[in-house]
Design a protein around this ligand. Structure first.
Ligand SMILES: [Zn+2]
Length: 226
């Protein structure tokens, strides 16, 4: 089991890429980084939330400075965030469900499960991350337990989409509590948290995960979303 304390969790922040076929349209002053969401919403969505009408979507989101747990500088515009369970692995589903409950206990954001993948802000999925395994330069191999990719609008700091991935093979022989903590870490990225230094008491310490969401993590999420 000690082996797992050496494993590395990596955030992959994928910058929003908007070089689509309609790149010429991007010259308008309105943010055009919503890809196809508008089309999807218009065609299929009789029950859409209307809260997007209340705030202009091109308004820059404030990101606080000096939070106890570092931030990526991005966040969701709404505090109700929809998540879709794409993995069918029972252990990973349990881990994601547990992690969602833990983050919701902060009481500032509400992560809600949706059965509509198209509407989801966060995708909870699995992948064999061993292809990413690399030598970290200090003499031993590291492997990822999880990974989160985020897409965001760099002008407004607004998260558009996050995909949190857990590796079913790396996590197979760990215990449910540890798997939940890894899922809490990945969802932390999906909410806008960055890695915390090793000496801090945070779920966002990238290696050597030894705890779930801490007081400083809760405080940071409060500062980010309140
Ligand atoms: Zn990480």
């Amino acid at each position: 089991m000690r082996r797992y304390f050496l494993l590395l969790l990596t955030l992959i922040t994928v910058g929003l890429i908007t070089q689509s076929a309609s790149a010429d349209d991007n010259n308008s002053s309105l943010p055009t980084n919503y890809f196809n969401q508008d089309a999807e919403d218009a065609s299929s969505n009789d029950f859409s939330f209307n809260d997007s009408d209340q705030t202009p979507n091109n308004q820059k989101l404030a990101i606080p400075q000096n939070t106890p747990t570092p931030l990526e500088g991005i966040r969701w515009r709404k505090r109700t965030i929809l998540i879709y369970m794409r993995t069918t692995d029972p252990q990973l589903k349990a881990a994601f469900r547990s992690a969602v409950k833990k983050w919701n206990q902060v009481k500032v954001i509400k992560i809600k499960w949706t059965k509509n993948e198209d509407k989801a802000n966060i995708i909870a999925t699995d992948s064999d991350l061993s292809a990413h395994t690399s030598n970290n330069g200090v003499g031993y191999q590291t492997a990822q337990l999880g990974e989160t990719k985020t897409e965001y609008n760099p002008d407004t700091h607004e998260l558009q989409k996050a995909t949190s991935i857990l590796d079913p093979y790396q996590l197979d022989y760990t215990n449910p509590n540890f798997r939940s903590e890894v899922a809490q870490h990945e969802l932390g990225h999906a909410l806008g948290l960055a890695h915390a230094p090793e000496y801090e008491h945070s779920v966002m310490v990238p290696r050597n995960i030894r705890n779930g969401i801490t007081k400083q993590d809760r405080k940071s999420i409060r500062l980010l979303y309140q």
